[in-house]
Design a protein around this ligand. Sequence first.
Ligand code: NAD
Length: 381
Amino acid sequence: MIKPFEFLLPTKIIFGRGELKSLKEELKEKNPKKIMVVTDPNLRNLEVFKKLLEQLENFDYVVFDEIEPNPKDYNVEKGAKCAVDEKVDLIIAFGGGSPIDATKVISLIAAQGGSVKEYMQKKIEIEKALPFIAIPTTAGTGSEVTFSSVITDTEEKFKYTIKSPLIAADVAIIDPELTLSLPKSITATTGMDALTHAIEGYTALCTEPIAESVGLTAVSYITKHLEEAVENGDNIEARENVMMGSLLAGLSFSHSDVAAVHCMAEALGSIYDSPHGTCNSVLLPYVMEYNLPETTDKYASIAREMGIEGEDNLEVANKGIEKIKKLSKSIGLPDFKSLNINPDDFEKLSEMSEKNGSTPSNPRAINKEQYLEIFKKAYKE
Ligand code: NAD
């Protein structure tokens, strides 16, 4: 039986090479009095940011460029204050998942008041947010089409997810040309983040047929083109395919969920502030090995999307997991040990992983003890 489900997509998607140019038209239609561009300090100094500003020539805008990786509660509070002080009525998020996630909560606080903490602790109901346009420059988190925002509570050192369709972008302008300037390491880490979304979106317990279809297709786009995108960063075709994979993966997990890999990666990101995609990539194969008994057929389908052939699903699935390990290595990502995680923290990291809201979505039941075993196994190999 197919379980009943709803599929909501509040975001208009504009995808294609050079489509940044459509921003002008979108803005003319929305006719904002004052725009705030939210980005990070590194991006602001890059050529790609000038391309954005060219689109804003005839509009009144202010730039807020203080978003850090794994965006922090204080980044969001300061951004929201700037939006209110400047009487902003539309926000453009320009960057990777960090500026886009931060914008979701900035637009919420600017429209509705309250503090980041109150939204993290669900003390205030989400009712409205300022309109915002997401322009991703990594491929990626898929945050341009998801309903969630992951913000670090710096006091607790915990990454909280704030989730509602009301904080989704109104428009996502996805232009693969904007990723041409990504260095190899960020291309690799963000690409593996997208692959993790695709796999977890496809296999999460709460998944449904649309999320399954787009998740599985995303695996194909990403695994067939990521190595080339890393190796030859100016190959726009490879960039375009990875970006499409990232978009589909975002659509998949936002309508399904992420699972154990993300629970562990977010715990690592909370304490060590390590790049999110790297945390995912070092853990993905080990979680897949743990989940395999409950997900053999789906993992075999994933492996087949990666070009692995064979009749026996278990054998094919195992080969798929090995191929993911090889992919991660070939694009230069580190193994778990090289992240310099202190094994004394495994206990705490496992507790945090269990507490993550996506633990119940993992296709095989998992608790603190099992998370601990996976951390130890990933560290040993
Ligand atoms: P990021 O936004 O933190 O950016 C990483 C680095 O890449 C930054 O230094 C940035 O300046 C640089 N960069 C970005 N675009 C560039 C470009 N075109 N050229 C050169 N450099 C560029 O990285 P990310 O991986 O995109 O986002 C990670 C964040 O997203 C994490 O906080 C993670 O938790 C979150 N996330 C959110 C969702 C969601 O659905 N909301 C999903 C996955 C991850």
